[in-house]
Structures are given as structure tokens and as C-alpha cells.
Design a protein around this ligand. Structure first.
Ligand SMILES: [Zn+2]
Length: 417
């Protein structure tokens, strides 16, 4: 058996993840086709006796499963031979415990919930299926990394049956690099849900600390690092409404964003491999990237769409696109967006795969940026999304001046609200 130690980052505990041994489950089918659930209050001796007399099979693939009653891992059923043909989480003690706890707390809070039901028509076996007055919810507790295709396929098949998928990531996946900085993988991003069009969030659960965590108000720092807020909820207060519509207080810590801008300028962290295009353009303009304009690299609504860091795509708008218009010449958001689409087509600017989010688009971030530039006095908002050029961007002559004017810009945008 392959045993891997994994650090449960935000809960500061060490857990041992036991890797795949053929799809373990908390439920199985008895010879009489009844479902047996290990969530029922069994005594160990009862199960030991039952194991001798009975044989069990997987409700999905019908292959024989063994009842495992060891001490190291929560009791479970495991496929005797190979992994189940149904795509499920490779089972670990962490996963089994989390699934059990989520089931128990949702059950305790009066929702109708079933564990590991096999949905024959779509060949899926969600960890939990919750039926409420709204549409049914398939709850998936995902602790391991699975291919994007697999996560997408499962999401699409639930949606096709009118079931709302809710992916809860294992707390072991939450990597907090500093107070406001987190690492997220493309798979993590695919589980994002929307609070409001401009605010997406990810949900985590740790069965060891028995806490839920919501990571929200996500802004891109690099393809794999984001700036975000996090809020924790104890499992005991886990109501279905908390899970489906958590309350997420607005609290953008803009002082911390200054540290992000600083690191971009120093170029020491958040390496970004596709930056050579921008570096060349800065070179042509006779300036080092570290002295990018103070009005670039500001957080915008919807900027979670970009993999490309904000200081690069916003510098491009400030230094290349806007100067192509004369002073007082009117241009629209659309003109800028069309230019950005070209960069996207050339893969110079990268946009994330967030195909399950509706009513949001990366272009909204560009629009918000132009509006923010109007507030800063660089543009004049003529009407809706048409603008006139006014002032030039501030190009700092030294790093020291850059840090000071970064602060001025953010102070203006955030502290005078
Ligand atoms: Zn099976």
C-alpha cells in the first residue's frame, strides 16, 4: 500500500493519506439486494459475525466488495479486485471521515440526505445526495487531484439531470502561503461557485478540525497564486443554507495587496513563465518591468478570470492601448476588449477555464479596470462604457518611488470609499 504523508495546511495537523486500494465505500449491497450502511450504529462484533455469514457487492458495478474492520482506517467496504468502474474519489481515511461527518451534520440539520446513492442513468455515485425544496444537490468531497476531464464530466452529468453539483475540497488541499495568499490548482478553480458575479468562492472541509473553510474574493497574483479572504465555520453550525449560500463578509485587506505589488516589482516571487512578451515590450519602451505604472496591478472585479498577473495585462492597456488614442479622443470599452482578444488568441494573455460559472466573463474585469482608471483621473468616463484619455500613467523612476505611489493609488481607491 502506498502511504503518503500530507500536510493539512490551514488546520496545522499532520494526517496520513492512504492511497487508492480499489474504491472504498461506506455502503454496500447485501445478498438480498438491501443496502447496508456503516453509518448505522453497528457494534464491531455484529459486523464481524455478519462478515462471516454474508457476502457484499458494490451497488454500482456489482463486483464483490470486502468489509474492512481495521483500526487504522474508518470501517469501510473495498472492492476485492480492481477499482470500481464508477469514477469516485480514491478513498482515504480522511475522505471517509469527512464524508461521514458531512452526512451526519446535514442529517442532523433536518435535510434529506443519502450517502453514496448510485444514480444509474448517469453512472455516478456522489458522496452525498441532498434533496431539499430546491433542486437536488450532489455533494462531492474531493481530497485528491483528479483530471479536469473527469471533474467536468461528473459536473456535466449532474447538471444534465437537474442535480446541482457542489464540490467540497479536502482541507488537505488548502495551501495558505501567507495571510491573504493561497495556491490554487486549475482543478480547484473548476469547483468554484459564485456568490455574486464578481465574487467566486471555493469550499473546503477538514474532518480533523471539523471545520468548513470558504476561500473567496479571489484575485489573481499568478497562474497558481491568488489573493483571497477566508472564513471558517464549525461543522456543528453546518446548515444546508451555509453550504449553498454562505455569508462572506467583504473585507478587502488592501494593505496586503501592496505587498503583492511589491513582490511583482521585485520579481522574486510568483514566477510567470509567459512574461517574455511583456518584458520585451517594456524593454522597447526603455523601462524595466519593475517600474511598471503605479496604476497597473490594481485589483479589479472579475480578475480571477486571468491567469496572467494584473500588472502585466493592465500595463499593456496603459502603455500600449490607451496611448493609441489622442487626448480627448473617445474610445469604448469594446475597442480595448477587441485588442485584448487578439492577445488572448495569441496566448499572450491567458484566461482560466471556469466553464461552469455563468453570468461572468473576463471582459467584465477589463471594463472595471477602465472605470477604476476614470476614478484615478487617467480617463474620463464619457457615457457608460465610453471614455476619453486624460492624464498619463505615473511611471516611477525608482523602486522607492514606485512603492510610495503604489500606496497613493490604493489609498485613493480603497480608503476614501
Ligand atoms: Zn463498484
Amino acid at each position: 500500500m502506498d502511504i503518503k504523508a500530507a500536510r493539512c495546511c490551514f488546520f496545522c495537523c499532520i494526517i496520513v493519506l492512504l492511497k487508492r486500494e480499489g474504491g472504498a465505500m461506506l455502503t454496500a449491497m447485501r445478498k438480498n439486494n438491501e443496502i447496508i450502511s456503516l453509518l448505522d450504529p453497528w457494534e464491531k462484533q455484529e459486523l464481524l459475525t455478519l462478515r462471516v455469514k454474508e457476502s457484499f457487492s458494490c451497488p454500482a458495478c456489482k463486483e464483490p466488495v470486502r468489509l474492512k474492520l481495521g483500526t487504522r482506517k474508518a470501517w469501510h467496504f473495498a472492492h476485492e479486485r480492481m477499482a470500481c468502474e464508477i469514477e469516485t474519489e480514491p478513498e482515504s481515511d480522511y475522505h471517509i471521515k469527512g464524508k461521514k461527518q458531512l452526512f451526519e451534520s446535514i442529517f442532523r440539520n433536518h435535510a434529506t440526505v443519502s450517502i453514496e446513492p448510485y444514480l444509474k442513468s448517469i453512472k455516478q455515485r456522489p458522496d452525498l445526495l441532498v434533496t431539499s425544496s430546491l433542486s437536488p444537490i450532489a455533494l462531492e468531497f474531493q481530497c485528491s487531484t483528479i483530471p479536469h476531464d473527469s471533474l467536468s464530466r461528473r459536473t456535466i452529468s449532474y447538471i444534465s439531470k437537474g442535480i446541482r453539483p457542489v464540490w467540497i475540497l479536502g482541507g488537505n488541499r488548502l495551501k495558505r502561503k501567507s495571510f491573504s495568499v493561497f495556491s490554487l490548482t486549475p482543478m480547484d478553480f473548476l469547483t468554484a461557485r459564485m456568490k455574486e458575479p464578481e465574487m467566486i468562492y471555493l469550499t473546503y472541509y477538514c474532518p480533523i478540525s471539523q471545520q468548513l473553510a470558504f476561500v473567496y474574493d479571489i484575485h489573481t497574483i499568478s497562474p497558481s497564486s491568488v489573493f483571497a479572504s477566508v472564513i471558517f465555520e464549525k461543522n456543528v453550525s453546518l446548515r444546508l443554507s451555509t453550504l449553498i449560500n454562505p455569508s462572506l463578509p467583504q473585507q478587502f485587506p488592501y494593505e496586503d495587496w501592496l505587498a503583492v505589488k511589491r513582490k511583482w516589482r521585485l520579481g522574486k516571487q510568483f514566477p510567470f513563465t509567459n512574461s517574455s512578451f511583456f518584458h520585451k515590450r517594456f524593454y522597447e519602451l526603455g523601462m524595466p518591468v519593475s517600474l511598471y505604472p503605479c496604476e497597473a496591478g490594481i485589483p479589479t472585479k472579475f480578475d480571477y478570470w486571468f491567469e496572467t498577473p494584473g500588472y502585466l495585462w493592465q500595463s499593456w492597456i496603459l502603455l500600449k492601448l490607451i496611448p493609441s488614442y489622442g487626448r480627448d479622443e473617445v474610445f469604448s470599452f469594446r475597442d480595448i476588449y477587441e485588442e485584448m482578444k487578439i492577445l488572448r488568441a495569441k496566448k499572450i494573455i491567458k484566461i482560466r477555464n471556469l466553464k461552469f460559472l455563468k453570468e461572468t466573463h473576463y471582459s467584465f474585469s477589463i471594463a472595471d479596470y477602465l472605470i477604476k482608471l476614470s476614478r484615478l483621473g487617467l480617463l474620463e468616463q464619457v457615457d457608460g462604457l465610453t471614455f476619453k484619455r486624460r492624464e498619463k500613467a505615473k511611471l516611477p523612476s525608482s523602486l522607492e518611488k514606485a512603492f510610495a505611489c503604489d500606496r497613493e493609488v490604493l489609498d485613493f481607491l480603497y480608503s476614501k470609499k
